[in-house]
Structures are given as C-alpha cells and as structure tokens.
Design a protein around this ligand. Sequence first.
Ligand SMILES: Nc1ccn([C@@H]2O[C@H](COP(=O)(O)OP(=O)(O)OP(=O)(O)O)[C@@H](O)[C@H]2O)c(=O)n1
Ligand SMILES: Nc1nc2c(ncn2[C@@H]2O[C@H](COP(=O)(O)OP(=O)(O)O)[C@@H](O)[C@H]2O)c(=O)[nH]1
Length: 226
Amino acid sequence: MSKLFRAVIMGPPGSGKGTISERIAHNFGLKHLSSGDFVRENISAKTEAGVLAKTYIKKGLLVPDHVMTRLLLPRLVEMTKYSWLLDGFPRTLAQAEALNSACDLDIAINLNIPLETLKERLRHRWIHPASGRVYNMCFNPPRVQEIDDITGEPLIQQEDDRPEALVARLRHYKDVAKPVIDFYKAKGILYTYSDTETDQIWPNICTLLSTRIPTIQSDARCASTP
Ligand SMILES: Nc1ccn([C@@H]2O[C@H](COP(=O)(O)OP(=O)(O)OP(=O)(O)O)[C@@H](O)[C@H]2O)c(=O)n1
Ligand SMILES: Nc1nc2c(ncn2[C@@H]2O[C@H](COP(=O)(O)OP(=O)(O)O)[C@@H](O)[C@H]2O)c(=O)[nH]1
C-alpha cells in the first residue's frame, strides 16, 4: 500500500480553503475533512461536544480548544486508513500541538490573500446551510440564483460574512494563526501561497501535491475546474 498522505489547509475566512480542498479531494482522492462540517454535524446530532460548541458559535465565538479537539481527534482515528486533508483545524497553537501528538503531517498549506479580495469574495458568498456547499455569485454561481444546485433548497448569506464583521474576524484570525504558521514553518512543512485568484494558486498546489503523492501522475489533474 502506498504511504498515507496527511495535510492541513489554513487561511483567513474567504481565502479559498473550502474551494481548494474540494479540488484537492477531487483530483488526488484525499478525504476532505472540514472541521466546520464536523461542528455542524455534532450540533445537529446533539452530541455532548456539539451542545457545548453551539453555545459558543451562537455568540460568534471560537469553540474552545478542548472542545474542538474532543470533537476532531476521534474522527481522525476513524480515518487512519485514509489519506486526508484537514480544513479549518488547527486554528490555534494548542490545536496544532494536539494534532501533532495524534499524527504526523506531510504538509501545511497556508493561503495568504489580500484583505480587499477577502471582503469582495465574502460579500458574494452564498452557502447551502445543510450541506455547507459554497457558491460565489461571480466565481462559481449556482445554476439558479439563490438556489442550491443539488437539493433545490434556498441559499443563505452568513451574518459574519458582512464586511463590518469581517475586519474583526480577520484581526482575530491573524492573532491566533501566527503561532500556528510559525509552528509549521519550524517543522519545515509550511507552503504559503499568495495571490488574489484561486485559479492562479491552484496549479502551484497541484504541482506540489503531484510530487508528494506519487500515485497520482497526470498534469491534466491540475485543471481549474474540479
Ligand atoms: N478549529 C475550529 C473550527 C471551527 N470552529 C467553529 O465552527 C464554526 C464553523 O466553522 P467553519 O465552517 O470553518 O466556519 P468559518 O469560521 O465561517 O470559516 P471560513 O469563513 O474560514 O470558511 C466557526 O465559526 C467556529 O465558531 C472553531 O471554533 N474552531
Ligand atoms: N471571485 C473569486 N471568488 C473565489 C475565488 N476562490 C474562491 N472564491 C469564492 O470565495 C468565497 C470564499 O471561498 P471559500 O472556499 O468558502 O473560502 P474559506 O472561507 O477559506 O473556506 C466562496 O464564495 C468561493 O466561491 C476566486 O479566485 N475568485
């Protein structure tokens, strides 16, 4: 069996983590593990960690490290046979350290996108709340305006995607992400990508992964559309 591959993807809200993760999962056959989706599933299933997490999210706060870790690490244990890409976790140094004790990462992808670009993207972000599917009215619009392509259900815009809320979210992101970025830099596994367009970043990530996941050969996989 080929070696399993483990990666995390980091970046501020709107930096394209979800979009790029979908492309990586599709092109390289990794499991895309979204911590936001895990949180939402636990909230719906009313697990102990989910009930606790909800009290923080309702107030617009980050879920505390011990709750996030309790929620995430058991899911990774279920994934020991698979290669995966973790999106949205770790957000803090404590989460990065907990993950480090649970498994060895091959790479950490860090998306560095200008503030104006983030604001513009999130202004146009619409999501399907039940599945977490993400659209952008300019970049990847749904077939029918404000309607999910798969279920036909209505799309919504998140309160905290408003430009006024975004500045505070970004400031907070920078503060907590800096030590995580330094942690992965010190381990020699950090790959940072800076651009205003996902389609410019994607071929570079694809090239990196093609050299690191030897079972995948074709350059054709690096096309922008999944
Ligand atoms: N490591 C994490 C991951 C998620 N969350 C909580 O779960 C919510 C949903 O996570 P996600 O879908 O990643 O949402 P956003 O913060 O909206 O992320 P982004 O805009 O970057 O996609 C977050 O707002 C946060 O309250 C958290 O506290 N810690
Ligand atoms: N205009 C534009 N929008 C993009 C680009 N890449 C992603 N998006 C959109 O920007 C928003 C944020 O992307 P998302 O993947 O949700 O970012 P995340 O918050 O980091 O997970 C979504 O509405 C995407 O469809 C891009 O290169 N250009």
